[in-house]
Design a protein around this ligand. Structure first.
Ligand code: FES
Ligand SMILES: [Fe+2]
Length: 352
């Protein structure tokens, strides 16, 4: 769990792209959970996901072309529908009989919610409906058809575990996130004490008031409160609500393979952004997330030496919780039972 590589959880939905980045009639080649995946958007607007290998000669289907709601291989023109079933082999002459419907390149369950394309990675070939974590509708008070106000993605050169530790690490901000526009007072550490409780597939920092000097107070109205939930397979969901408006900010981790991770950040807001608000928000989000990315790039230089790492109370307690719920997830899958959250309510103290 602490080295360069980590286990990738299956039986889960993962964010595979923002809806905006997948254009009608186009494909997007990706490696997700160590598998070649092609995302495509049919001419009718439907997003689908196939294994990115043509079963004929293995060329990636992502080099092919979208036709209607199917994908034609660039090499010999075999065509596959959104379920991965072959629907045409152009070279067949009259009288040559092949049951093309028996040829399948492999398809992944794929849905669009919240302006994101989600792909399901089955644990044992099950469908999402009978899989362990069917629900992609995980964001509080957001209608599934709502697009994010801003969304970015950066590739992190680290395992999903180290990316997750960074997400739930309350003490790195004073050292890593230093910009003229954030924490401009430098490293003034203050004592913090927060209550945590178990939540579906993870835990949450119990809803509490934000200090009134915080900038978001002015935008969201009075009595601004926040709740931060962490859940498998790698989401941090911060829900900030005031008397006038609310904002839900999400970080989602999708493993590229055991050693690399796609880190998505997006937020939804009842406020609407001013003109040029989105590019500005995305610029700032990229600066902030880039600081986390730089840290893991540097960390990698050390991890190649396979050092023994440490976790201390209480600053790293959430990283321990992550490790515990992750192993519980894997044990539950292996034993064919449902996930039983092993966490208990706890108050954590640290300085940050
Ligand atoms: S390799 Fe795809 S059709 Fe031949
Ligand atoms: Fe960070």
């Amino acid at each position: 769990m602490q080295g360069l590589k980590s286990e990738m959880l299956r039986g889960c939905w993962y964010v595979a792209a923002t809806s905006r980045s997948l254009k009608r009639g186009k494909t997007k080649a990706k490696t997700l959970l160590g598998e070649p995946v092609v995302l495509a958007r049919g001419e009718d607007g439907t997003a689908f996901a196939l294994r990115d290998l043509c079963p004929h000669r293995g060329i990636p289907l992502s080099y092919g072309m979208v036709e209607g709601c199917s994908l034609r291989c660039c090499y010999h023109g075999w065509r596959f529908d959104e379920n991965g079933t072959c629907v045409e082999i152009p070279s067949l002459a009259e009288g040559q009989k092949i049951d093309v419907a028996k040829i399948n390149c492999g398809a992944y369950p794929c849905v669009e919610r919240y302006g994101l394309v989600w792909v399901y990675f089955a644990a044992n070939g099950e469908a999402p409906e009978d899989g362990p974590m069917p629900d992609v509708e995980i964001f509080p008070h957001i209608a599934p058809e709502t697009p994010p106000a801003a969304a970015i993605m950066q590739e992190f050169d680290c395992s999903v575990d180290h990316a997750a530790f960074g997400l739930m690490d309350p003490t790195h901000a004073a050292y890593i996130h230093t910009s003229w526009w954030f924490k401009k007072n430098g490293r003034t550490l203050r004592p913090k004490e927060k209550s945590f409780e178990p939540a579906p597939f993870g835990w949450r920092m119990v809803r509490h008031a934000l200090p009134p000097q915080n900038l978001v107070y002015k935008l969201l109205g009075d009595d601004v409160t926040t709740e931060i939930a962490y859940r498998l397979p790698g989401y941090r969901i911060e829900d900030v609500a005031g008397s006038k408006h609310s904002v839900v900010a999400v970080t989602a981790l999708t493993p590229i393979d055991g050693q690399r991770t796609e880190v998505y950040q997006f937020f939804y807001s009842t406020m609407g952004l001013v003109k040029y608000g989105r590019p500005l928000a995305e610029y700032l989000m990229n600066v902030f997330l880039g600081q986390d990315r730089e840290a893991v790039v540097r960390q990698r230089e050390g991890l190649v030496w396979e050092p023994r790492l440490m976790m201390i109370n209480d600053a790293d307690t959430q990283a321990r919780w992550w490790a515990r719920i992750k192993s519980e997830w894997q044990e539950a899958l292996a034993e064919g039972r449902s996930f039983a959250n092993p966490l208990k309510p706890q108050t954590l103290r640290w300085r940050s």
